[in-house]
Design a protein around this ligand. Structure first.
Ligand SMILES: *[C@@H]1O[C@H](CO)[C@@H](O)[C@H](O)[C@H]1NC(C)=O
Ligand SMILES: *[C@@H]1O[C@H](CO)[C@@H](O)[C@H](O)[C@H]1NC(C)=O
Ligand SMILES: *[C@@H]1O[C@H](CO)[C@@H](O)[C@H](O)[C@H]1NC(C)=O
Length: 947
């Protein structure tokens, strides 16, 4: 009796004392809310009906921009039912506004090396089939998973933390949901220094966590809108990955493997809320602690980038709208005549016959002979291919014979026969027909087809075309996939429905998807994401195929796999390439997903010839390096709109430092190849000649990215994560650790206010060559008529080769090294060299025949030593000799007599060798000085200083 009484007493005290307080406790500060009504149209009644809290802060000027008025109580989520080792079972208790939460729900965690993996969701949920290698990572840091309970609520939360106690994730902010078509997880973040998530255009590389911002991720055919102050629209690809720099400068990364329409909302907590409408959550936490280590750990998880052919690092010239081969020839010739280094002319869809893949148009009859001519000059050709195949010609017919699969309607009753039956080959199929560039309806290959027959047919088509037209690389476009004018149709009115789907009524035979009734559940899920809400009147299927389409050989819904379309086409194309050309080449894809970098590179899409687009390109190339696609660049001079002389000039000065360096222009726009303006030709020649000089360094960086997982182009904070200023720099970047580029990006600009993190930096601009730069912000000269501001960092050694106007020619020049001296520090660097376009058997870069030299340089007051060690070098690779050593900042006059290579005297070429004690520049040169071939394996060159 007494016991019961005591219990009742406590309950009474609890209710009376906490009843009121609890209501207040439930209120969450405006900086740390999880939105409970993320779609438009929140009202108090609708909010409360969701079991959420409504507080309208419209009159609170201090509330951050985008503060949700309707938000989840922190005690929302799942309760923990059991925990057994690394398996936790949750039970749904609170409300999910978009369907019943799945219960029981499994949470599992495990380590893979230093990477911590957390899976939320049961085994029957869709997981993207991206054959993730998940190689174990290493780190000096350890991450710990701890499950907990939010307050006294019994609501489950978890933390991922370092041993120093910093939590990378802490989900006690509440709001976890897991219904079939609405999954959400929210977490506090350890700092506001957040980078990544894509594919978006960002005006600053660091996210703005002072406000709430929703970034949808759903592959979409839409150009970046760099003109707006803030454009959150989802672009061509999906990269649910971010990096965070903690307050002590340690970096970590988080990847969420999920291919459904999804979004992330960042907020001032700092916190983030991730929402997706299918699949499950496969989280990976990468401990760093340096930014480069985070990327390495991420790439071990999702796959390391492919190694482009050497020639693919050359300059590329393209436009849409060539009237025929003659025009292409004329443009290529005038740029060659202007001395512009050029490796790759590219043909856009103009070369095809009526935009049909694997065909050649009438105005291109001499194309095969021209390609032979280009090859004879040491150039290479890239052609564009679209995924959509018109359903009335040879390629489609061969696909059917090969039993290739296409994205299809799930049932016969949904097939719009009025369209379908016009095509004898499609008539008795369920193939979903759309409209892209070709004149008539098209089908979309199912590159996820598990039988591989689709990919075999695709490879066969390339091989058949290659027999007549000897292209060397593939550019794959429109692979979100894009479909023109996808419409919705109502099943409610059968007359209307018929009309909407009858091509005799419609102007064109457009694809229409059901927008009501039982067939519309995938087209209009309960929560449609901001990919839809950003565009009033749209649906998930707008600009693409119906979500109910069947993929993966009929096993999956397009609803789940759409974001993988570009990824799967890139994989199929990359695998087709060696079978087609017998050589290594390059694939460039518009739509990408995490791990696309294994199969190709990327250009930043259909930008516009505006200064803002040039500015955001710098951020774009750095972000795609973080996403594992280091072979990336923006369309130089701008794609849409008419470019102009100054913009095109500045864009070439910047674009010469993108890994993928291509001028590209839209149809109907005036020419913008560098030869159009003498000033642009001059600037492009200077910038590209510098690029060609240092391509051995760029190629070595790509090798490191492919072999170990690394960025090629990186933001300043990657090398200086403890420098608060570096965390904010969006308009400068590095090639590897050693070369910093500070391009001019504004109209009328003559100097760049460039930031130099505390270190040794030397100018490589001709006017100030070899001069040391002060740390901090400096105004550096950025002339139109000279080289872009570019600086080398002390402590590094860069390989280079005297440039020709093709990489084929440059590869014949002797090697040189540039050593940037740093006091009291040994300098280091490496050189990777191989056949340039030979295949990597089984994609195995470890086994690939190579010369990989590791260089070191040490200095004392008596003299200096430059040494090389050959790592894994192969006798089958022949290379030029290393003839020239240039040292910047060399402090003392050396004696030219006492130079020894492996103890033997070296006779310097005194017409080329010198030391300038004012500029501290030293050049040591001798023809054939150092043999880099594999039978040497090791060398040491020493010299003494003059007393
Ligand atoms: C395609 O399927 C048909 C019918 O199953 C079969 O006879 C034929 O051998 C298959 N062809 C290929 C290339 O797989
Ligand atoms: C499809 O191709 C991949 C890669 O070549 C291979 O691993 C897989 O076994 C193939 N699948 C089938 C069904 O042939
Ligand atoms: C040495 O360097 C200084 C500073 O760059 C320069 O002014 C001078 O002309 C150079 N001397 C020679 C002999 O090249």
């Amino acid at each position: 009796m007494l016991g019961k009484f005591v219990l009742l007493y406590f309950l009474l005290v609890f209710v009376t004392n906490f009843g009121l307080a609890q209501e207040q406790d439930q209120s969450v500060d405006v900086t740390r809310r999880v939105d409970c009504y993320p779609e438009p149209g929140a009202t108090e009644a609708a909010c409360v009906a969701r079991g959420c809290i409504y507080e309208n802060e419209a009159n609170q000027p201090s509330a951050p921009v985008g503060t949700p008025w309707c938000y989840y109580p922190t005690t929302s989520g799942f309760t923990k039912k059991s925990e057994n080792g690394q398996n936790i079972v949750l039970e749904a208790t609170t409300k999910n506004p978009y369907g019943d939460n799945i219960s029981p729900l499994n949470v599992k965690y495990r380590s893979n090396g230093a990477t911590l993996l957390v899976t939320i969701g049961n085994d029957d949920r869709y997981v993207p089939p991206i054959d993730i290698p998940q190689a174990p990572s290493t780190s000096t840091e350890t991450l710990k998973f701890e499950s907990g309970i939010i307050g006294f609520s019994g609501i489950f939360s978890f933390k991922v933390s370092r041993t120093n106690g910093v939590s990378l994730w802490d989900t006690s902010i509440g709001g976890m949901q897991f219904a079939d078509k609405f999954i959400q997880i929210a977490t506090y973040l350890p700092s506001k220094n957040i980078y990544g998530f894509g594919d978006h255009v960002h005006k600053k590389i660091k996210h703005n966590l002072e406000r709430y911002t929703v970034w949808p991720m759903f592959a979409r055919d839409i150009g970046p809108d760099s003109g707006s102050a803030l454009s959150t629209q989802n672009l061509y690809g999906v990269h649910p990955f971010y990096m965070c720099i903690e307050s002590d400068g340690k970096a970590h990364g988080v990847f969420i493997l999920n291919s459904n329409a999804q979004e992330v909302e960042t907020g001032p907590g700092p916190h983030l809320t991730y929402r997706t409408i299918g699949g499950r959550l496969d989280l990976a936490f990468f401990p760093g602690p340096t930014p480069e280590q985070v990327i390495q750990q991420y790439l071990l998880h999702i796959g390391k980038p492919f190694l482009p052919a050497y020639w693919a690092l050359g300059y590329q010239l393209c436009r849409w709208g060539y009237t025929g081969l003659d025009e292409m020839k004329k443009v290529v010739a005038r740029n060659q005549a202007a001395g512009i280094p050029l490796d790759v002319p590219i043909a856009d869809i103009d070369y095809m016959n009526h935009y049909l893949d694997f065909t050649e148009g009438d105005a291109w009859s001499g194309f095969p002979a021209y390609v032979d001519q280009l090859h004879a000059q040491g150039l290479h050709l890239i052609l564009i291919f679209d995924p959509a195949i018109e359903v009335d010609y040879g390629s489609f017919s061969r696909a059917l014979t090969a039993n290739a699969s296409f994205i299809s309607w799930p049932s016969d009753s949904l097939v719009p026969h009025a369209i379908q039956d016009q095509y004898p080959m499609a008539k008795n199929t369920r193939v979903m027909l759309g409209n892209v560039w070709p004149d008539r309806n098209t089908a979309f290959p199912d590159f996820l087809d598990p039988t591989n027959k689709t990919n075999l047919w695709w490879a066969q088509e390339f091989q058949t075309l290659r027999k007549v037209l000897a292209f060397d690389g593939m550019w794959i476009d429109m692979n979100e996939p894009s479909n023109f004018d996808t419409a919705g149709y109502s099943t409610k009115s059968s007359a209307k429905s018929r009309a909407a789907r009858d091509p005799s009524v419609l102007a064109s035979s457009k694809l229409a998807c059901p927008i009501d009734g039982s067939d519309s559940t995938l087209e209009i899920p309960p929560y449609q994401t901001w990919a839809v809400y950003l565009h009033q009147g749209e649906y998930l299927f707008s600009k693409t195929l119906c979500m109910l389409g069947k993929t993966t050989g009929g096993q999956q819904n397009f609803f789940d796999t759409k974001n993988l379309y570009g990824w799967s086409e890139a994989r199929a194309t990359y695998r087709a390439l060696p079978k087609t050309t017998g050589k290594r080449g390059a694939v460039i894809s518009r739509s990408t997903f995490a791990s696309s970098g294994r199969y190709g590179g990327h250009w930043l899409g259909d930008n516009t010839a505006r200064w803002e687009d040039l500015q955001t390109s710098v951020i774009g190339i750095m972000e795609f390096n973080m996403f594992g696609l280091p072979y990336v660049g923006s369309d130089i001079c701008g794609f849409n709109g008419a470019s102009n002389e100054e913009l095109c000039l500045r864009w070439h000065q910047f674009g010469a430092f993108s890994s993928f360096s291509r001028d590209h222009n839209s149809e109907g726009q005036p020419d913008q190849d560098p030869a159009v303006w003498p000033s642009v030709a001059q600037a492009a020649r200077i910038a590209l000649t510098f690029r060609y000089y240092y391509i051995p360094y760029l190629y070595s960086l790509h090798y490191s990215a492919s072999r170990y997982g690394a960025t090629v182009i990186r933001p300043l904070f990657f090398e200086f994560p403890k420098d608060g200023e570096a965390l904010e720099i969006s308009e400068q970047f590095l090639w590897g650790s050693a070369l910093m580029i500070a391009p001019a990006l504004y109209q009328g600009q003559t100097t760049v206010h460039a930031y130099f993190p505390a270190d040794t930096w030397y100018s490589l601009q001709p006017e100030t060559y070899g001069q040391r730069m002060l740390s901090g912000f400096n105004d550096v000269s950025a002339p139109l008529s000279s080289l872009t501001p570019v600086f080398v960092r002390g402590g590094y050694i860069l390989p280079r080769q005297f440039p020709g106007t093709t990489t084929t020619a440059s590869r014949l020049s002797p090697f040189e090294v540039l050593i940037a001296f740093k006091a009291n520090t040994a300098s280091a660097g490496d050189l990777y060299y191989d056949g340039g376009d030979d295949l990597l058997p089984n994609d195995d870069i470890e086994q690939h025949p190579r010369l990989h030299w590791q260089f070191s340089f040490t200095y004392s007051s008596f003299g200096a030593a430059f040494g090389g060690n050959c790592e894994g070098c192969s006798t089958s690779v022949k290379s030029p000799t290393l003839d020239t050593i240039e040292i910047l900042g060399y402090p003392t006059q050396p004696s030219f007599d006492g130079i020894k290579l492996n103890g033997k005297s070296v006779n310097l070429d005194l017409t080329k060798s010198f030391y300038n004690s004012t500029s501290q520049q030293l050049i040591l040169s001798s023809k054939g000085m150092i043999d880099l071939s594999a039978n040497v394996k090791k060398f040491t060159l020493t010299f003494v200083n003059s007393a």
